[in-house]
Ligand binder design. Structure first.
Ligand SMILES: Nc1ncnc2c1ncn2[C@@H]1O[C@H](COP(=O)(O)OP(=O)(O)OP(=O)(O)O)[C@@H](O)[C@H]1O
Ligand SMILES: [Mg+2]
Length: 499
């Protein structure tokens, strides 16, 4: 195995902040190399330097022995480095075929030969085992297909290096398995693959070697098979294994004080979509929704928050029926909804961290009762500290934060309104293991203060760890409600899988 891509002493500064401090790395042909580190460690920044989005402030790169310094993603691509971004970065209005062949279209005089392009796109996708209509606009395809299109594009460009930044965060288990199958095949054909993920299981299932970054610095590179998990986590957080153990350990599901039901959901249904559902959400309790992707988890959340209102059934808060016909009505009932999709849910990248955090609270007060600046600053400070949000300060634009830290700001936004019921849809997706612990601890703290939580996560361990009651969903219906000691991974899986 030979080094295909070499980085030497890569440094990247944003103003006086060093996001990368002398990172060296060797990617070999025919390996899958994982890049690991906590939120804000510099993973995405390193990838952006390699793919020509950012110019390094210092350091050099070599691809197959030749010095390169790509000035744009297109240049990197021409040199042989292709990428699948955290949020896929192709052109949604163009067809799959156009996205796959763009920049290398077959021409007939001044005309693009679309038929030829479609044939090539189909062939590239076929190599990945994907069969779709390549004339469809990219934006109309599921994320999994969009990613396959990005990879097909890499094949079509004869890429030597493929880079993926958190490609699995919006895929279901079957799609992840398919993606991994493709990546293994490309590796075996000699491609060098650099891969970022926060899922330790995935890292170990897939990678040959692992490199860890911490605070913009290079920590080390190991053979995956020779690096125990706890040691990996300890390298990531920069603390001895004992501390990593505490981080990774299962926290007791601290039940918090029971104060009877605050929210009672009865026969809630959206006709033809999902339901009926009946369960209670207690003050101080966390109720989990568990089930496969597509089992109706998100639909329940959207009904409760009035985004897609229920067509029948009722919801009572402290015994009084509330109308949940719009998000505004749901907010008035004391509900808050932190959804899984940071892009859609409105991280406003050009507004500051402070403005993003106070947004929901300000909205609930109405435009005329502006939150005084001092109060905004105090709130922002509190949450930056409580959630360990890595930012230079409250006035930094949100877009300058790493993905995981943006996710924490979103959570802060909803915590700031001090809701009666907080609906968390995949709250820890894209968040590193240290911060996961912090968020879980914070949820426990809020529950002690009497908040009720509806917790939705695809990670069943997380549901088991955090919830005092679990509603198991199957085929968009309620299959079972588990409580206390009856909650176990095994029981949930058996219910999910029951025919
Ligand atoms: N455009 C930018 N301007 C200023 N600072 C930035 C910019 N992009 C990134 N940073 C900072 O650089 C650091 C590294 O960010 P990066 O996005 O590389 O982290 P990451 O390891 O990918 O984290 P995550 O796991 O959360 O995605 C962070 O502190 C971030 O705030
Ligand atoms: Mg990132």
């Amino acid at each position: 195995m030979s080094g295909i891509l070499q980085l030497h002493g890569i440094e990247k500064r944003f103003g006086d902040f060093a996001a990368l401090r002398g990172v060296s790395l060797e990617l070999r042909a025919g390996e899958i190399h994982a890049l690991m580190g906590e939120n804000g460690a510099g993973k995405s920044t390193l990838i952006k330097v390699i793919t020509g989005v950012h110019a390094a402030t210092a350091g050099t790169m070599e691809l197959e022995g030749r010095a390169i310094r790509p000035g744009s993603p297109r240049e990197a691509e021409r040199a042989g480095i292709s990428t699948v971004y955290q949020e896929v970065n192709l052109l949604p209005n163009l067809s799959l075929a156009e996205n796959i062949t763009m920049g290398r279209q077959a021409m007939w005089g001044p005309f693009i030969r679309h038929g030829e392009g479609r044939r090539r796109a189909r062939a590239a996708l076929a190599r990945l085992g994907v069969e779709v209509d390549v004339a469809r606009p990219l934006g109309a395809c599921p994320v999994a297909v969009q990613q396959m299109a990005a990879i097909a594009r890499a094949l079509e460009q004869r890429a030597r290096v493929l880079i993926l930044d958190e490609p699995t965060s919006s895929l279901d288990a079957r799609e992840v398995a398919e993606l991994f199958g493709v990546l293994r095949r490309l590796r075996d054909e000699g491609m060098g693959i650099l891969f970022v993920s926060h899922f330790l299981d995935q890292i170990y299932a897939l990678s040959d070697r692992i490199t860890v970054l911490r605070d913009g610095g290079y920590v080390g590179t190991w053979e995956a098979a020779a690096l125990p998990r706890l040691e990996l986590v300890s390298h990531m957080i920069g603390k001895p294994v004992a501390a990593a153990e505490a981080c990774a350990a299962k926290e007791e599901a601290s039940a918090g004080p029971r104060r009877g039901a605050v929210v009672e959901v009865a026969e809630l249904e959206r006709k033809g979509v999902a339901g009926p559902f009946s369960f209670a959400l207690e003050a101080g309790g966390a109720t989990g929704l568990a089930g496969l992707l597509g089992s109706g988890r998100t639909e329940v959340a959207r009904m409760l928050f009035g985004i897609d209102p229920a067509t029948s059934g009722s919801v009572r808060v402290d015994g009084r029926v509330v109308s949940l016909t719009s998000p505004r009505a749901a907010m008035a009932a004391g509900f808050a909804f932190c959804s899984e999709d940071r892009k859609v849910e409105g991280i406003l990248p050009s507004l500051s961290v402070r403005e993003n955090i106070v947004l929901a609270l300000q909205a609930s007060r109405g435009a005329l009762r502006r939150l005084p600046r001092a109060e905004q600053e105090a709130l922002a400070d509190t949450f930056i500290k409580a959630l360990h949000i890595k930012t230079r300060g409250p006035e930094t634009p949100m877009g300058a934060l790493s993905g995981g830290n943006q996710q924490k700001c979103l959570l802060a936004r909803w915590m700031a309104v001090q809701p009666r019921l907080l609906i968390l849809d995949e709250p820890t997706r894209g968040i590193d293991i240290g911060a996961k612990g912090e968020i879980e601890a914070l949820c426990a703290e809020l529950r002690r203060g009497g908040l009720a939580i509806l917790f939705i996560s695809a990670e069943l361990e997380e549901v088991v760890r955090n919830c005092s009651r679990v509603v198991v969903l199957r085929d968009r219906q309620q299959a079972e409600v588990l409580e206390g000691g009856a909650i176990s991974l095994r029981q949930i899986m058996e219910t999910v899988a029951a025919a």
